[in-house]
Design a protein around this ligand. Structure first.
Ligand SMILES: Nc1ncnc2c1ncn2[C@@H]1O[C@H](COP(=O)(O)OP(=O)(O)OP(=O)(O)O)[C@@H](O)[C@H]1O
Ligand SMILES: N[C@@H](CCO)C(=O)O
Length: 361
């Protein structure tokens, strides 16, 4: 009888909410919803190392299970993993690889589902290839795929995080700007170890971040419209340039917000105003009917316990930060959306301080 040995591990990545009003592409919060991968690699003892590698077997449950591709060469997480493996000189997945993904993060709603899938992919490659990637290098790889740092950084390190992309020299800029089709090519079905060009390596040290403090009593109400809005579409709605007045408006608020959210007791008057934005939300209102009404009519005066309210990431989810009164906030937002014929789901989430993890099981 053929003996086999196997190795199993679990990867867990939190959801994130980016921007928090004025911090477009700058700040992110990790939230208590998770993408969890349960991974097993089974290697028959008598396996022939020169035999062609089998394709990984992927299964999904939870959010997105009915739409996510289960082909490892099409699925975002495994494509990212393959990119990182190939960049590290490992041409393909090992044989006997099975991955079960359980996903609690709704797709395309502004809760960082793609950022979580990307971070999970880099962790998967790191664990499969025993690459020993540093946190900095994990972020470099993630930023070659998701090119704004707010979601992936918060998903990686956890908590309330501010980040920037380092100004790269011209050759590194070129390396970091290669088209996505070269970073994550559409692998042909029969792709083997010799497939394609060498993958473009990320420059070293692209993303830098700082973790802010977070007042533990602040919780997050996610009001989630039942429609998807892709980040790409929501970014196309934005202008290429802004007035000085609007940029100063946002910078003033962001500077106040990062400390205001760390103070106990939190000050609703300060936070509500500091969560206003003029850089992305006004341009996205056409994509999210009800957005301006929800953010302007739900206030700390009308809803005791509320601190501030904004679009979560690229939307369409609304994020309300609050100390209490969660149901009144969410149900009143539901009424406003219903007037626009949009149904919502809502949940109260915690801001989690732990980032992504991998654990051998
Ligand atoms: N767990 C996952 N596995 C595979 N693909 C995923 C997974 N999660 C998300 N995706 C892919 O990412 C797409 C959603 O990405 P998109 O950037 O548009 O939204 P988001 O990340 O949910 O929102 P935001 O970036 O505003 O927070 C999905 O339609 C799917 O193609
Ligand atoms: N900062 C990004 C977050 C979404 O991924 C945006 O608002 O487009």
């Amino acid at each position: 009888m053929m003996a086999a040995h196997s190795r199993s591990f679990k990867i867990r990545v939190p959801a994130t909410s980016a921007n928090i009003g004025p911090g477009f592409d700058v700040v992110g919060l990790s939230l208590s919803l998770y993408l969890t991968l349960t991974v097993t690699v089974t290697v028959p003892d008598s396996s022939n190392p020169s035999a062609p590698a089998e394709w990984p077997s992927i299964s999904y449950s939870g959010e997105g299970a009915n739409e996510v591709p289960l082909d490892a060469y099409k699925n975002l997480t495994t494509r990212v993993a393959l990119y990182v493996l190939r960049s590290s000189g490992i041409p393909s997945f090992p044989s006997g690889l099975t991955i079960h993904a359980h996903n609690e993060i709704p797709f395309g709603r502004g809760l960082g589902s793609s950022g979580a899938a990307v971070i999970a992919g880099v962790f998967l490659a790191d664990a499969l290839g025993k690459l020993g990637l540093s946190q900095e290098r994990i972020l470099d790889f993630a930023l070659m795929v998701e090119r704004h740092p707010d979601n992936v950084t918060a998903a990686l390190v956890g908590g309330f995080v501010g980040s920037y992309l380092r100004e790269l020299d011209p050759s590194a800029t070129q390396a970091a700007s290669v088209p996505m089709s070269e970073v994550l090519p559409e692998y042909p079905p029969d792709s083997g170890p010799d497939w394609g060009r060498d993958p473009p390596l990320p420059p070293v040290g692209i993303g830098h971040y700082v973790r802010f403090e977070w007042a533990k009593e602040i919780r997050a109400v996610a009001i989630i419209p039942r429609f998807e809005l892709s980040t790409a579409t929501a970014r196309e709605a934005l202008p290429q340039s802004y007035s000085r007045k609007d940029l100063v408006f946002n910078m003033q608020r962001l500077a106040v917000l990062t400390t205001a959210l760390s103070r106990s007791p939190p000050d609703p008057e300060l936070i509500y105003e500091a969560m206003k934005d003029r850089v992305h939300q006004p341009y996205r209102r056409g994509l999210i009917p009800g957005l301006p009404e929800v953010t302007s009519s739900i206030t700390p005066d009308t809803h005791p316990g509320l601190l501030g309210i904004c679009l979560s990431g690229a939307g369409p989810t609304i994020l309300a930060l609050a100390l209490g009164g969660f149901e009144a906030i969410a149900e009143d937002a539901r009424k406003i959306f219903r007037e626009k014929s949009i149904e919502v789901d809502w949940m109260v989430l915690d801001v989690v301080t732990e980032g992504s993890s991998v654990e051998e099981t």
